[in-house]
Design a protein around this ligand. Structure first.
Ligand code: SF4
Length: 425
């Protein structure tokens, strides 16, 4: 330890310093960081593989530290997507990449990696997908990159970063009825805007964490990028450690922020003040509480994605749908995010509830989240979705609309035929 006292560091800064082999880092400093995992999907990996081949080396840096998850257009929706997946499947075989997830083992990447134990606290992870920030729920630094960075990461096991400053969100108290991690993050993005955390870390701390499940935290960290953040990260607690021990054999390291860590802003969020929240199109910051949404008739509900396709989401949707029927004017599509979640939902009898209510259940896929397949919207149609983006044309026609909400609100809306709270059923 040097005799000059270094400045206090945030969680993210400490993780980055450790992976760059440095005692300390400064905001804005460019560093080269060691990588614990490099991720790509069926859209971004083909480009990365082409770039990798241009480098002219034979092997990837570590066969165990690359994950390739064909999830966006799989099971292949057309010839082009079939060719893309074939190309990366062959690359994975050729290079001996261990974590290639074929249909049947595949899930939506950001639900799959933690479930497979491929992410632990203290990791540095890059993924050629913007919602790679999800793994911050486990106290890891994870961020989305482009396909060329993925290629370089696969070749060298390193990536460069500009050290971000951070915003601290201190969560206090307990959320009320029907309020989940999704409502909390929609509330926060509504408060700070879609560029409110531009190239910053969103660090979540406080006694309120104890009332948030891991699924709540994944959902919140997942949407950090919707506020423009470089990453979202949660303080590690007993729930994190229990999750990691259940899912992974890898060693982990817990990084806590220094007491004198420097933040650009600090917010205190009283969780009991937050109401179920819906983000109106065309941006995730167009947040309105459920009592202020008015009469918004809908055509489709999608419950799934890397934001809200986990087992708790399935259970909440089933609790709301039980004994009800999906409105005759609504298609309700439910997509468990991974095979494990799918099987667990089946074993718990949730599929009986969904099907009896008149919902369709899909194999894991990103599908409609990005307007890929499995539920594209026509001109003028509206969907309530548990996904994370409601940009123009995100789920289909440029004149369709997506309203972002929790599984509870989405399921209630499917029954009501308009955006509704479960309390209204
Ligand atoms: Fe991206 Fe949606 Fe797939 Fe998540 S579910 S990885 S947001 S396309």
């Amino acid at each position: 330890m040097s005799d000059i006292r270094r400045k206090g560091l945030t969680m993210t800064q400490k993780i980055l310093a450790s992976h760059a082999g440095l005692d300390s880092v400064e905001v804005g400093q460019l560093i080269m960081s060691r990588l614990d995992m490099v991720l790509g999907n069926d859209i971004t990996t083909p480009v990365a593989v082409k770039e990798f081949r241009k480098i002219g080396i034979d092997n990837v840096f570590d066969k165990n530290k690359i994950a390739i998850v064909p999830d966006h257009f799989t099971p292949n929706k057309d010839i082009k997507s079939a060719e893309q997946v074939k190309y990366i499947r062959e690359f994975a075989k050729e290079k001996g990449i261990v974590n290639f997830f074929e249909v049947g083992q595949m899930g939506v990447e950001h639900a799959l990696l933690p479930e497979k134990g491929l992410v632990v606290p203290g990791d540095v992870i890059i993924g050629a997908d913007s919602h790679t920030c999800t793994y911050g729920a486990l106290g890891a630094f994870s961020t989305g990159v482009g396909s060329t960075d993925m290629a370089a990461g696969m070749a060298t096991g390193e990536a460069w970063f500009k050290v971000p400053e951070a915003i601290q969100f201190e969560l206090k108290g307990k959320p009320g009825k029907w309020v989940s991690g999704k409502d909390i993050i929609l509330h926060i993005i509504g408060m700070i805007g879609v560029d409110g955390a531009l190239y910053k870390s969103m660090e979540f701390v406080g006694d309120g964490l104890s009332s948030l499940s891991m699924d709540d935290r994944f959902s919140m960290a997942n949407m950090a990028v919707e506020a423009g953040a470089k990453n979202g990260i949660f303080a590690v607690d007993d729930k994190t450690i229990a999750y990691v021990k259940e899912h992974s054999n890898r060693p982990y390291k817990v990084f806590a922020a220094d007491e004198d860590a420097v933040y650009s802003e600090k917010y205190t969020i009283e969780l009991s003040d937050i109401k179920p929240t819906v983000a109106f199109p065309p941006l995730p910051d167009q947040a309105r509480t459920i009592d202020k949404v008015g009469d918004v008739k809908i055509d489709q509900v999608v419950i799934g994605s890397c934001t809200n396709g986990r087992i708790e989401d399935m259970r909440i949707a089933a609790a709301v749908l039980k004994g009800h029927k999906v409105h005759p004017d609504v298609r309700c599509i439910i997509i468990p995010a991974t095979q494990k979640i799918w099987k667990q939902s089946m074993e718990e009898g949730l599929f009986n509830i969904f099907v009896d209510a008149g919902a369709a259940v899909s194999t894991p896929t990103c599908g409609p989240c990005l307007g890929g397949h499995m539920g594209i919207l026509a001109k003028g149609e509206r969907a309530v979705a548990t996904t994370n983006r409601n940009f123009i044309g995100r789920m289909g026609h440029p004149e369709s609309e997506v309203y972002l909400a929790s599984p509870a609100i989405a399921a209630a809306s499917a029954v009501a035929g308009r955006i509704a709270s479960p309390d209204e059923l």
